[in-house]
Design a protein around this ligand. Structure first.
Ligand code: SF4
Length: 220
């Protein structure tokens, strides 16, 4: 654990330029946030406010924002949930990729402009789609933006995340106590079956990623 922590701090320490952090307030994101605040207490914390999160997620976000005096920026889609549902119906049931694009990817692209480094809480262990994650990657987005994408916990296991948060007296989002292992928008989050990977309960198993981490191309 000491080696992992030292490595994460070094990765954070060498990240270049103006940085932001996208935060879903899941456990690994909160661990990264706790580490980032030790370097920059005013780092912009971008939360993708889709309008579909669990009440528990909003309450936890607001509690941490108060307790840690976060520089929280809620990124919102062009349309409210009622406007989108009126125009297109319930997209998370009929076309979740389009829903994610409208409510997550488009706001993300807007939110990331102006930064050179994008910190994430991604970990290799989370799902097969993240197995080849590197701690530092250069990413090009469809709008021309290029960013240094940094994932300090890339090689941490779930137990390492829990150990770090416990050691620092950081409470977890209460939904973990109910058996959730990966927590996003409420309509697209279910508990995985025993033995499945952590993200198996997302989108009813139809997909593993919302698009935030697949919309950009990695520079090799
Ligand atoms: S996770 Fe579900 S509700 Fe949230 S933006 Fe994607 S499809 Fe829509």
């Amino acid at each position: 654990m000491a080696d992992l922590l030292q490595s994460a701090k070094e990765i954070i320490g060498r990240a270049p330029g103006r940085a932001c952090f996208t935060c879903s307030f899941q456990a690994e994101d909160v661990a990264v946030l706790h580490l980032l605040l030790q370097k920059d207490s005013r780092i912009p914390v971008l939360f993708l406010e889709t309008g579909y999160h669990f009440p528990e997620t909003y309450a936890y976000r607001d509690q941490l924002a108060r307790d840690w005096n976060l520089n929280l920026i809620n990124m919102q889609a062009a349309q409210t949930v009622p406007e989108q549902e009126s125009a297109f119906g319930i997209l998370h049931q009929t076309d979740p990729s389009r829903c994610c694009h409208l409510r997550k990817v488009e706001p993300l692209l807007e939110g990331l402009s102006g930064y050179e480094t994008w910190f994430t809480g991604l970990r290799r262990e989370q799902s097969p789609s993240r197995a080849n994650l590197q701690p530092e990657e250069s990413h090009r987005f469809p709008n021309g933006l290029t960013l240094h994408k940094v994932s300090p916990l890339y090689d941490w296991k779930w137990q390492d995340v829990l150990a770090y948060l416990t050691a620092n007296d950081v409470p977890l989002l209460p939904l973990y106590e109910q058996g959730y292992t990966s927590i996003g928008c409420a309509p697209c989050t279910a508990k995985p079956a025993p033995g499945e990977h952590a993200r198996a309960g997302r989108w009813g198993g139809q997909k593993l990623e919302c698009g935030l981490h697949t919309v950009s191309e990695k520079d090799e």
